[in-house]
Write a protein that binds this ligand. Structure first.
Ligand code: 6PG
Length: 468
């Protein structure tokens, strides 16, 4: 009784793997699940090295854990989280901690945080990234909640998180729902980068007519360059995978993608906060477009575009594509980080962007060598409004400008849909425009709706009778 360091509710793949990861790090961990088979299978993992106990009984589970208790819930986001909290509550004491490790929408976390703090229970929303393998061998963890209460969790989380140069990919991020918000932005960036990779793959395949094996080798090689990252690495592995008949599996996979919604949430909330995220928006839109397969089949034979033949220098094209991808990936991170900067003020999270770049360097899906550059940029200037204003990042973007422009030109001419690349370039061009044509939008609004406008030469609001 009361001797276990930590408790996990929900022994599905993520819960079980995190629990085993903790047990490997010599923490005594209790597990709870209503499914007796899962409980039984976990119990069999216990040995003299691993103090594990699993049960189907809530009371027994809670009583196993040291006070103040630390209990993580790993069940599907939504009503199931509230149901588990409701079952745990009668057995908990003041000062106990509940952590939701799911991809929960941040306002749900704020509600639970407030409801539970009235009862003296600390509630944490924690983003966990890295999938099943990450959970088992080293995820990136994004906890948000009460800063003092985090001290109870710190040693356990630091021991199980991925490490980069010995530094754990976890740190207390901020108040309330900060952890879920940061994970949501992470997923928005994840959507953006995946969209960009798929566009570059499409340009290679349909635009430059490169064969599968050449494309695969390019991605594999890119992972040893400035593009080194988890998503580029696994793209190289995916393109190598054979189906049972020995053919490339990728060519047998349907072209419509599902989504659980975290990318959409990122775009939706960014619009509420008036932060432009056009690459992420495009990624969400293109997943939606992918779903309308019957319409696309109909349109393919109707909306014809015959592109011009182009002479292709493939090695040059590959170099251009590499630069274009590097450029647009940097822009995607810039958008996500700008969102976090605004959200931190808006929701009083007190986020430290250097810390976020630091804990995203390992374990998570968007881990990449560029995160170290971002970390250094924020270390130099804590108040950096946008990563594009950092000298190192700015010069990389400038170096790659011709690559992205040539890639966009080529793809547009070929009729290849590249919403992610185009929106990354448009973001860059708008951001570096001292003067945008929005003066005309102001005038149009004032013309048809008397919405007024501001002037460049004097302060105040003005209205003109345009139709005189
Ligand atoms: C991670 C992933 C993980 C999950 C995504 C998938 O960081 O480990 O982001 O959380 O795989 O939520 O999201 P979609 O189903 O929306 O693509």
């Amino acid at each position: 009784m009361n001797t276990f360091d930590f408790g996990i509710v929900g022994l599905g793949v993520m819960g079980r793997n995190l629990l085993l990861n903790m047990a490997d790090q010599h923490h005594a961990v209790a597990g709870l699940d209503l499914d007796a088979d899962k409980v039984h299978s976990l119990t069999q993992e216990a040995d003299s090295e691993h103090r594990i106990k699993a049960t189907t009984e809530v009371k027994e589970f809670v009583e196993l854990i040291k006070q103040p208790r630390a209990i993580m819930i790993l069940v599907p986001a939504g009503k199931a989280v509230d149901a588990v909290i409701g079952n745990l509550l009668p057995h908990l004491d003041k000062g106990d901690i509940i952590i939701d490790g799911g991809n929960t929408y941040f306002t749900d976390t704020d509600r639970r945080f407030n409801e539970l703090s009235v009862k003296g229970i600390h509630f944490f929303g924690m983003g966990i990234s890295g999938g099943e393998k990450g959970a088992r061998f080293g995820p990136s963890l994004m906890p948000g909640g009460n800063k003092e209460a985090y001290e109870r969790l710190r040693p356990i989380f630091e021991s199980i998180a991925a490490k980069v140069n010995g530094e754990p990919c976890v740190e207390y991020l901020g108040n309330g729902s900060a952890g879920n918000y940061v994970k949501m932005a992470h997923n928005g960036i994840e959507y953006g980068i995946m969209q960009l990779i798929s566009e570059v793959y499409d340009i290679m395949k349909r635009g430059y007519k490169m064969d599968d094996s050449t494309i695969q080798k390019v991605f594999e090689e890119w992972n040893h360059t400035e593009l080194e990252s988890y998503l580029i690495e696994i793209t190289g592995q995916i393109l190598k995978k054979k189906d049972t008949d020995g053919q490339n599996l990728i060519n047998m996979i349907s072209d419509w993608a599902k989504s659980k919604g975290t990318g959409k949430w990122t775009s939706q909330n960014a619009m509420d906060l008036e932060v432009p995220l056009p690459t992420v928006d495009a990624a969400v839109a293109m997943r939606d477009m992918s779903k309308s397969k019957p319409e696309r089949i109909q349109a393919a034979s109707k909306l014809i575009w015959n592109s011009e033949q182009t002479n292709t220098d493939v090695p040059k094209a590959i170099e251009e594509l590499k630069g274009a991808l590097h450029f647009s990936i940097l822009i995607t991170y810039a958008q996500g980080l700008a969102l976090l900067t605004k959200a931190s003020t808006e929701y009083k999270y007190e986020l430290n962007l250097e810390t976020i770049a630091k804990i995203w360097r390992g374990g998570c899906i968007i881990r990449s060598v560029v995160l170290e550059d971002f970390r250094q940029a924020y270390a130099k200037n804590r108040d950096l409004k946008n990563i594009l204003l950092d000298d190192t990042i700015a010069s990389t973007l400038i170096e790659n400008q011709s690559n992205i422009r040539n890639t966009v030109q080529f793809s547009v001419q070929k009729g290849i849909p590249i919403a992610g690349l185009m929106n990354s370039l448009a973001y860059f061009d708008a951001y570096r425009s001292e003067k945008l044509p929005t003066n005309l939008i102001q005038a149009l609004r004032d013309y048809f709706g008397a919405h007024t406008y501001e002037r460049t030469d004097t302060n105040g609001t003005f209205h003109t009778e345009w139709n005189d």
